[in-house]
Design a protein around this ligand. Structure first.
Ligand code: URA
Length: 230
């Protein structure tokens, strides 16, 4: 019996490893495709691309706006002042940065950190969609109005922030939580208070989603064993 279990566990972790490798490869391919895409606005050389970063198995994906100066140097999202705040907010809820995936609507730095233009959001959108398809997160946290606009184009952040809402994404449902951009929280004490409050809701949102998934899989297992009896 023990041998059987060990063998089964080995098999499961082997399958998991192959799956994770595929996800890593698929994310690497997105980076390479963006670097080679001659139609991408604001990208004149491959090093201009700031790819998403983090755990391909993440349950939570954070989507910001676009890279800034520090992001463009390190080629990593959220490594400047806003990124330091994001790290602190993650610490507040005992989530490690290595366990989440962080990306931007526009995966490069707009000149003088100006707002992204609609055509830039559109051009990078297909790469963001591929990231979501690969990672299949339980929760997407949008940071700021541009990433909120991807899912709720008519919402106002002051009304929408902190609410968990399910959105149909291709053939599945994803929970979207809109939050203020950390840079806005750095500029305004009231927004900082709301941002902390919204982050503190995340663990419970995740727990509920995990429970829901477990119930679903238990029901399925039960149905399969009932069918076997027939
Ligand atoms: N702001 C963003 O929206 N993204 C970053 O990567 C950094 C700052």
């Amino acid at each position: 019996m023990l041998n059987q279990c060990l063998l089964k566990d080995k098999k499961v972790s082997c399958v998991k490893m192959i799956f994770e490798m595929d996800k890593n490869d698929a994310l690497q391919k997105i980076k390479e495709d963006m670097e080679a895409d001659k139609d991408l606005p604001l990208v004149s050389k491959p090093e201009d691309v700031i790819p998403g970063d983090g755990n391909p198995e993440a349950e939570i994906v954070f989507i910001g706006e676009a890279g800034g100066y520090h992001e463009s140097i390190q080629r990593k999202p959220f490594v400047g002042q806003a990124g330091k705040l994001l790290n602190k907010l993650l610490e507040l809820i005992n989530i490690k940065r290595e366990d989440v995936y962080i990306t931007n609507m526009v995966k490069t730095r707009p000149p003088e950190n100006r707002d992204p233009l609609p055509e830039e959001l559109l051009a990078f959108g297909k790469y963001l969609d591929r990231e979501i398809d690969i990672i299949q997160p339980k929760v997407i946290v949008t940071l700021g109005r541009f990433s909120m606009g991807k899912f709720f184009p008519f919402d106002f952040i002051s009304m929408a922030h902190g609410k968990a809402r399910e959105v149909k994404w291709k053939d599945r449902w994803i929970t979207i939580v809109c939050m203020y951009h950390p840079a806005a929280a750095l500029r305004n004490g009231e927004i900082m208070r709301r941002e902390r409050e919204d982050f503190l809701k995340l663990p419970e949102i995740l727990t509920k989603l995990r429970e829901k998934e477990k119930t679903k899989s238990d029901i399925m297992k039960n149905e399969v064993s009932q069918m076997k009896l027939l």
